[in-house]
Design a protein around this ligand. Sequence first.
Ligand code: HEC
Ligand code: HEC
Ligand code: HEC
Ligand code: HEC
Ligand code: HEC
Length: 624
Amino acid sequence: MCLAIALHSVTYARPVEDTMAQRTLACTACHGEQGRAGPDGYYPRLAGKPAGYLYNQLVNFREGRRHYTLMRGLIDPLDDSYLREIAQHFAALDLPYSPPAKPDAPTSVLEHGRKLVNNGDASRKIPACTQCHGTALTGVVPNVPGLLGLPRDYINGQLGGWRTGQRKATAPDCMGHVAKSLSNQDISAVSAWLSTQAVPGNGKPALTAPPKPPGAPDIQCGKDTTAETSRTPSDAQVARGSYLARIGNCALCHTARGGEPFAGGRDIKTPFGTVFSSNISPDKHFGIGGWTADDFWQAMHHGRSRDGRLLNPAFPYTSYTHVTREDSDALWAYLRSLKPSTRTNTPHAMQWPYGTQAALWAWRTLYFTPAGAASTRPAIQDSQIARGQYLVQGLGHCTECHAQRNVLGGLAKGAQGLGGVIPGSQWVAPSLYRSEESSVAGWATEDIQAFLRTGLTPRAIASGPMAEVVLHGTQYLTEGDATAMARYLKTLGPALATATAPTASTTPAQSLPPTGRGAALYDKHCAQCHGNAGEGYTKAYPALAGNRAVNMANTSNLALKVLYGGFGPTTAGHPRPYGMPPYRLLLSDAEIADVLTYIRSSWGNAGAAVPEFDINRIRTTSAP
Ligand code: HEC
Ligand code: HEC
Ligand code: HEC
Ligand code: HEC
Ligand code: HEC
């Protein structure tokens, strides 16, 4: 009881420093203070590099042209304009460079490197590096980086990455050609020479590119990666469909990293294998351009493709079946207005027999009833709450995550009241029915609205998969629809709280005395942001004292949070979220277990101790 009261009175404490440096502490945890590079140069310097270049790299990581999983997870919930602001913040920093490395390569090698960098080798069609990177090799605004002040290993690594295709840039990817024209000896000579040169003028990039050598082709490399801004549809039905597609989050699943919008190919992990989303762009052959509105309705409402094939429920038609024909037609009109894509669908990689039509047929017999056939829901009188129910159960597909699934991935009878592990991930989506999990019955309607539209309230912050739901979906809700959903969600708590039997998760947790090590780790790594007494900072860092997510019986989300860190989603109402660094490389399983046990048993929290074993399980079964 005491705990329940404490949980409802969580508020953030003091305001926090309102600067970009504060917001990007999660980045400088690896990239060094103010982004001046990690101690051994493995984490590259960010400070003073051209803003367009930094921005392009962030987009490249997000879209799979460069790879570093721990960083990608951090930037996934951030939109382009915030990434640009982060890039500009680091670009504007003017910090001294450390002196260059002492040359340890033979003079002949250094001389070969110097020549290649400054003159290239016309006989082998190798351009001079200075041609693009500037005569002083400090880069050229806005998009070409400097080559000085980089460690040798880093240069080798990047050139090697371009040769193997590990690193790419948007077309024309000039460096792909340059790197492939260099031999191994060339690369080591170039990196040996570059890394031993002092950085002139604090590395400020040149404002104009050097003149092109006569006869050189006019290639615009290092182009800005900003995606085409989506057109605002003029047709009212198309505009309505575009809004509905946001709420249904169609683009998130139907767009592969770095792929064309709605062209499919995103891999969706399930416990039974990997399912790939389909091309739903209006191409007649590769997409669904040859379909009729009836075919589309059959997919949304009955989970059948045009040719009658039963669709995999990774496509959440178990929820979309509640969508009305009118809304289905609006979605259809919107999809038809998009650019057609000729991407071929990727075959699913399911374990036998789960992907077979027979298995899908059996599954559907158990767990799927098209809406309207046999509605078991009591009719809701209040039309606003009914609208909320329609959005939550239908396009919002909230229960696709917020429910416990059985071994076959179906919703067990009565399981709607329970939270559960999201299939194919380690995240737990807490129950929307239980006050100790994510029921919002006790919240003010405005707080629920704020959570859906901004991802942040004094009580909670959307993280992990929920951050993506807010980023791509619910932040676009109109105020009316957000209120409707909020009012409906409020009815869930009390209604089922009595109907479902308590499970282990509701029994009072045992509180252990804090171990000395947990407290010390907290002071060293966490208190700076979350406060000495877990009180947090207004609108920046969540309070951990009295925080429901911290006290929850299942500790998977806590382990994931500390292992991978994260940002809240960028939304119009909260455009510049703060971040938490990942601790995967810094803290051992035992240390994470200790610090979590400490925060779960301090400041009035009463969560059970976290065993080291649990952290180990999450670490070994989650990315990277
Ligand atoms: C866990 C450590 C880690 C964290 C946290 C991290 N990064 Fe990185 N970052 C790296 C590594 C490692 C690389 C180099 C990867 C490679 O070799 O391609 C990198 C590369 C980059 C680059 C490309 C630099 C260049 O010169 O090409 C940018 C830009 C960048 N990070 C920005 C950020 C921002 C912004 C954040 C915070 C949102 C962040 N990083 C958080 C480890 C990290
Ligand atoms: C035709 C223009 C062009 C030429 C010539 C060129 N570069 Fe580049 N280079 C670029 C661009 C553009 C980028 C940024 C790519 C991106 O956005 O990922 C880049 C990036 C790089 C990077 C990555 C820097 C970092 O911080 O991660 C390295 C290393 C590099 N170039 C080395 C070289 C070397 C060595 C040469 C000469 C042998 C060379 N480049 C010649 C255009 C060029
Ligand atoms: C959670 C991920 C997810 C979301 C969200 C999602 N889809 Fe899908 N969708 C899929 C997957 C996976 C498939 C492939 C299913 C299969 O092939 O069995 C699919 C298939 C489809 C198909 C059938 C295509 C065909 O060729 O048979 C249509 C139509 C479709 N989705 C439309 C939508 C629309 C419209 C939305 C938004 C309202 C949406 N999807 C949201 C994952 C998703
Ligand atoms: C892709 C899976 C997924 C979907 C879809 C999803 N959620 Fe969540 N949700 C989560 C996860 C995971 C958490 C726990 C992490 C967190 O607290 O942010 C969560 C947390 C929440 C919370 C808890 C806030 C708190 O900390 O007390 C609320 C409320 C919520 N979701 C509402 C919704 C609503 C409403 C929808 C439908 C519009 C929805 N969710 C759709 C995965 C999902
Ligand atoms: C640089 C600031 C910073 C540091 C240091 C930091 N955090 Fe965080 N933490 C955040 C931010 C910002 C969030 C919210 C963003 C999110 O959840 O994605 C957060 C979220 C959390 C959450 C989830 C709370 C919720 O309501 O879902 C937990 C638990 C947490 N941090 C624990 C820790 C622990 C334990 C440490 C030390 C090992 C730590 N944090 C260090 C900034 C920080």
